[in-house]
Design a protein around this ligand. Structure first.
Ligand SMILES: Nc1ncnc2c1ncn2[C@@H]1O[C@H](COP(=O)(O)OP(=O)(O)OP(=O)(O)O)[C@@H](O)[C@H]1O
Ligand SMILES: [Mg+2]
Length: 464
């Protein structure tokens, strides 16, 4: 503990947006926590007055899929947010083709967002990028209704989130989503463990269970052993790890992160980005990550939406945006990037699909190959470390020899690091027709690069 006397600031005074996020309007719960947490915890389950749970709220919703069969987690449809007194008037002008500046001078309404539509897939890391004032935070907060949109709809897991009543909204929000902010938003008078357990406490989870979950979450972000420290004892990077642990402790499907790493110095920021990538690939959360930093966007985003004046000017993968900037605004962003530095393996890799574990039996392995119509697949160990590649003829041999698993027939495969320049990847690619695996320094498989992605680079000048 940093000081002898612990200031007891009432919860209400904690300058903490997260607190608002978790508790908006649930005075009853706040009172219960201040009074008798134990009494409330007897209910055991997150419940509202009328006994609703998020599960019940989402029960009838059908989560949609896109044309490739991917499940869609969030659909944003024609979403607009006008700040000011006369939003209808502003919308009418926008429909006539007036821009944000014109609307501002004609009506003194501020256009936060106008006519934004897109989908986010389940398990996707989706980045919102753009200059200051372009509408990133407004969009993110309209998605979780921390800000009420002026018009349009947001569907979460197939459910019209914009039509939920206040009670259902609160329940759905606190069980389904979490948020991580730039300023950490830790409660200063609580230790790390209790900060991380806070969201669970709000949900009325019994103490023993929430502490257990908090400890697991603290471990997940690499802070094992720090549970009893106070926030003031921690560096910025560690505080943000606590913020992340708290967001993950409730096991939300969706994580909203607004400039979460922007206050950290560059080295620590890089570490946190790596950590987020690792955690996301382990847990498969859907992440909406706001940043104004192109490098960060390119590193993290499965897809990136570039915003300008409350609109989305381009959505695409890092490579699509780098190679085909939709307009001058995007082009300006892209030009700031040193291309030779940026055209590295991590930008071109896709999440590894169709992977075998070395402990898998030959029969299962063959069936999996058959299902995805391949003759070869990458093999990893229980820690997700890349072991090599298995070919169907090898697996057949293992099966006939009565082997229990496929570990005996795995052959070496060339792999690259996330920061390997594409020019080198392309050279390796020529020697093999197999997707090139990308692994980190510990050998953990992060992704793979398909021959077509490499060919694309070649066509565009080879990433030199
Ligand atoms: N509460 C508010 N009242 C009036 N206008 C607002 C409000 N919040 C945001 N705006 C305006 O809406 C527009 C979008 O702001 P927003 O904060 O969403 O941008 P941002 O991309 O997150 O910017 P930054 O990178 O600075 O955080 C800006 O013009 C901003 O001035
Ligand atoms: Mg913002």
């Amino acid at each position: 503990m940093s000081s002898g006397i612990m200031k007891r600031r009432p919860l209400k005074a904690a300058d903490d947006k997260v607190h608002d996020f978790l508790t908006t309007g649930i005075g009853r719960v706040k009172a219960l926590i201040r009074g008798s947490v134990k009494g409330f915890a007897k209910e055991h389950r997150p419940r509202s007055k009328n006994g609703r749970t998020a599960k019940a709220i989402f029960a009838e919703a059908q989560s949609p899929t896109d044309e490739d069969g991917n499940e869609i987690m969030i659909q944003v449809k024609k979403l607009s947010k006008i700040y000011g007194r006369r939003p209808e008037e502003a919308l009418a002008l926008l429909r006539e083709g007036k821009d944000k500046g014109e609307v501002q001078s004609m009506t003194s309404n501020n256009v936060g967002l106008y006519d934004v539509s897109f989908d986010i897939r389940k398990g996707e890391m989706f980045v919102l990028m753009g200059l200051s004032g372009s509408g990133k935070s407004t969009l993110e907060r309209c998605m979780n209704r921390l800000i009420e949109p002026t018009s349009g709809q947001v569907f979460i897991d197939g459910l019209d989130f914009t039509s939920l009543n206040d009670e259902d909204l609160r329940i759905a929000r606190r069980e389904k989503m979490s948020m991580v902010f730039q300023n950490f938003g830790l409660l200063p008078h609580r230790n790390v463990k209790d900060n991380v357990a806070y969201g669970l406490e709000i949900q009325g989870i019994p103490e023993s269970e929430r502490l257990e979950r908090a400890v697991a979450s603290i471990e997940l972000v690499g802070l094992a052993g720090y549970g009893d420290r106070m926030p003031s004892d921690l560096s910025g990077g560690m505080k943000q790890r606590v913020g992340l642990a708290r967001a993950l402790a409730t096991d939300p499907d969706i994580l909203f992160m607004d400039e979460a790493f922007s206050a950290l110095d560059p080295l620590i920021r890089g570490d946190m980005q790596d950590e987020l990538i690792r955690i996301q690939s382990e847990l498969g959360k859907t992440v909406i990550f706001v940043t104004h930093d192109l490098d960060e966007a390119l590193k993290l985003g499965d897809r990136i939406a570039l915003m300008k004046d409350g609109r989305i000017v381009q959505i695409g993968t890092a490579e699509e945006i780098l190679q085909n900037p939709a307009d001058e605004y995007v082009d300006r962003f892209v030009k700031e990037v040193d291309r030779s530095k940026i055209l590295t393996a991590n930008l071109f890799m896709r999440k590894p699909k169709n992977i075998l574990y070395e402990t898998q039996g030959p029969r299962t392995a063959l069936r999996m190959m058959d299902n995805c119509d391949r003759d070869d697949m990458l093999v990893i160990d229980g820690e997700k470390r890349l072991i090599g590649m298995a070919r169907s003829d090898g697996i057949l041999r293992a099966m006939n020899a009565g082997d229990r698993d496929i570990s005996g027939i795995v052959s070496d495969v060339p792999s690259v690091r996330p920061d390997t320049p594409m020019s080198e990847v392309v050279q390796i690619m020529v020697t093999t027709d197999f997707p090139i695996p990308v692994a980190d320094d510990d050998g953990i498989l992060l992704g793979m690069i398909s021959p077509s992605a490499a060919a694309e680079t070649l066509r565009n000048g080879g990433g030199e």
